[in-house]
Design a protein around this ligand. Structure first.
Ligand SMILES: Cc1ncc(COP(=O)(O)O)c(C=O)c1O
Length: 313
């Protein structure tokens, strides 16, 4: 069975065993959280057994954008979307992947110098696969509004997927778990509901889908963009605007979205029951639509999928 420990990874331009892919304890990415990343999934269609990478171009573009914000020049200069996608395909093929798998691409500050710097340090790319089932429960989560506030755009920008920001995430997640909840929901410093610990958020009120705007300290989630498009094309009115805490409590439905979380309904927030306390019809419909698209069962969304042809080995 596939495990990270026995896998082949891409590390600084080469395919090596994961045990040989090391960085120095003096590495600036490690010491200062100076890294950006994206998390993708490969989905397997259970009937055709075909393997699909979901939206690799969008993941590449977001990673490149994150590199721009952190001034990582090597990635921006050296990698194209075609090369990036080919590396992922090679990893799927070389690791004999035959089921769903999670892919983590990390581009990091790669010096052994003292001091956090964004200028004049080189950067490197590593990509590895990870077995990952459901990152959070998909049948109705209990969430807690975190006492930890999402870092502002002028502190650590959430729009770039920066490793160091995940300290903020870890504080919120730890608090939620220790208090007996499944997941944390962040407010920003203006009191707006922004996202889960590692997911975007949607609410439904009176049949309308609402999600926070990209100016509200959220990651510009690829699953979020997918859900907005699926909803609009299926006749569900969707608006991007700020959401207040009490509006969240009053929502008819709430769900979180992410590569890890997929589409994860929320049935309770701070012990307020959401809607009827069960998975709502719009959440279920969009969850089903998403799963159908990612597994290649919706031909109209085949442009989101990059098939990995294993015989090309
Ligand atoms: C903070 C944060 N928000 C949102 C998301 C969802 O983004 P995506 O749908 O691109 O996975 C993630 C997932 O990685 C995340 O870490």
């Amino acid at each position: 069975m596939f495990s990270f420990e026995n896998s082949i990874v891409y590390h600084k331009g080469e395919y090596v065993n994961s045990s040989d892919a090391s960085i120095s304890i003096g590495n600036t990415g490690f010491l200062y959280g100076l890294a950006v990343f994206t998390g993708m999934r490969v989905f397997k269609n259970p009937v055709t057994e075909k393997l699909y990478i979901f939206r690799p171009k969008d993941h590449f573009n977001r990673l490149k954008f994150s590199c721009k914000i952190l001034r990582y020049e090597a990635f921006q200069k050296n990698y194209s979307v075609a090369q990036f996608t080919e590396i992922i395909k090679q990893l799927v093929i070389r690791n004999n992947i035959t089921s769903d798998v999670y892919i983590r691409a990390t581009n990091y500050s790669d010096e052994t110098k003292i001091g956090p710097r964004l200028v004049g340090y080189k950067d490197s790319l590593s990509i590895h696969l990870y077995p990952l089932g459901d990152y959070v429960p998909l049948t109705g989560m209990k969430c807690k509004i975190s006492s930890w506030v999402r870092a502002g755009d002028s502190a650590i920008p959430a729009r770039a997927k920066i490793s160091g920001l995940y300290v903020n995430t870890a504080f919120a997640k730890a608090e939620a778990i220790l208090d007996g909840y499944d997941e944390a929901i962040f407010l920003n410093n203006r009191g707006h509901v922004v996202e889960g610990s590692a997911e975007n958020i949607f609410i439904v009120r009176n049949g309308q889908l609402i999600t926070p705007p990209t100016g509200d300290e959220i990651l510009e989630g690829i699953t979020r963009a997918t859900i907005i498009e699926l909803a609009k094309e299926r006749g569900i009115n969707c608006v991007e605007r700020s959401i207040s805490r009490t509006e969240l409590y009053a929502a008819d439905e709430v769900f979180l979205t992410g590569t890890g979380a997929k589409v994860a309904p929320v049935t309770e927030v701070d012990k307020y029951v959401i809607g009827s306390g069960t998975v709502g019809p719009i959440s279920k419909f969009l969850q089903d639509s998403y799963l159908s698209a990612v597994r290649g069962d919706s031909p109209e969304y085949s442009h989101w999928l990059e098939e990995v042809v294993v015989s090309a080995k």
